[in-house]
Ligand binder design. Structure first.
Ligand code: GDD
Ligand code: MG
Length: 333
């Protein structure tokens, strides 16, 4: 049987851990292999998902613009929250669109999960929801859970204090939920799904779905790098060069260059993420760094372990090491 389903993609939040990049771009639109994070998530949705609801607030106009200009094979609705309502409040805010079993997915997760198989797993269980599960070494930044032999979640706790985690299995950020779960979320206020709702659903049956491959929460620049390297490796590519980009130099490993960039001769670029419209002058070195949209780098510059915000101009001969340069308009704080 073929069902039609909806998927809510959690796309709000300020992306504070991803600053300075999120001063100008909301986290779901940050490019990874020249495609916004959220498009990696949308691309992983099964065929039966015919409608995507983007629950957003911070810089929502940029998300609206992005989806208005694109023709996807699924209907996309970008829905505004009056104020950031947290992960539970965000789902409650789009309740009117949800009548059947639905997905909720964090927009910052890059993983090899097969959502079709996940759905099959869930449909064999009798419960009100499921949470994808992944094992990590240090679970303190995540939600943790205990899962029994039948896959049922027995305990859930969000962000345990270091050393106090009862499990190394974490909430991997993909949920399948029944509409009745929405009745548990109080309207018109900020609600955390993980703190307030999941622990209260355990009695009714929440299931943990474990999978293999890779999983990365792109919450901070270091994890965006990890995702960048992982995906290039998975695709068997050393570099990725966007449309309209000219490169007059040999590129090092793990480099992605956006659209309409220009790299002059003698540059040494490796392990870096370069957004659209970036110019890099002769004999400049860029390593382990992220260069935002339309950054202009003059000749003989060295940028290492750094993040350069959109549109900044880097003078000839400058050395930028271990720095995070904010956009000009934010310079006062
Ligand atoms: N609409 C909306 N409104 N979305 C929000 C809001 C909000 O107020 N706050 C956060 N989000 C979105 C973020 O954009 C992200 O896609 C998702 O909800 C999760 O928020 P994060 O801020 O990335 O949470 P986290 O990474 O600290 O923790 C969450 O994800 C982990 C897995 O990556 C939790 O769900 C953990 O339990 C989980 O292990
Ligand atoms: Mg996250």
């Amino acid at each position: 049987m073929f069902f039609l389903m909806k998927a809510v993609i959690l796309s709000g939040g300020f992306g504070t851990r991803m600053r300075p990049l999120t001063y100008t771009t909301p986290k779901p639109l940050l490019p990874l292999l020249n495609k916004p994070l959220i498009m990696h998530v949308i691309g992983s949705l099964p065929e039966e998902v015919n409608e995507v609801i983007i629950a957003a607030n911070y810089k929502i106009e940029l998300l609206r613009d992005y989806f208005e200009e694109r023709d996807l094979d699924k209907e996309v609705k970008v829905v505004d929250e009056p104020d950031p309502r947290g992960t539970g409040g965000a789902v409650k805010n789009v309740e009117e669109y949800l009548e059947e079993t639905f997905f909720v997915i964090n927009s910052d997760i890059i993983s090899s999960i097969d959502l079709e198989e996940y759905l099959e797993f869930y449909r064999k269980k009798k419960g009100v929801g499921a949470i994808s599960a992944w094992t990590v070494e240090d679970p303190s930044e995540f939600g943790i859970m205990d899962i029994d032999e039948e896959g049922r979640i027995e305990r859930f706790q969000e962000k345990p204090a270091p050393g106090e985690a009862f499990s190394d299995i974490i909430n991997a950020g993909h949920y399948i939920l029944e509409p009745e779960v929405l009745d548990k979320i109080e309207p018109d206020r900020k609600v955390s799904m993980e703190d307030e709702i999941f622990p209260r659903l355990l009695d009714q049956g929440l299931y943990g779905y474990e999978f293999e491959g890779y999983w990365i929460d792109c919450g901070r620049p270091s994890s965006l790098f990890k995702a960048h390297r992982t995906l290039l490796d998975v695709e068997g590519k050393k570099t990725l060069i966007g449309e309209g980009t000219s490169v007059e130099t040999e590129l090092g490993h793990h480099v992605s260059l956006g659209k309409d960039c220009a790299l002059e001769e003698g540059c040494d670029v490796s392990n870096s993420i370069i957004f659209d419209g970036v110019m890099i002058g002769r004999n400049s070195t860029i390593e382990n760094s992220i260069l935002g949209y339309d950054v202009m780098v003059e000749e003989d510059v060295t940028i290492s372990n750094s993040i350069i915000s959109d549109q900044l101009y880097i003078e000839r001969g400058k050395e930028i090491i271990d720095e995070k340069l904010k956009p000009e308009e934010m310079d006062h704080d």
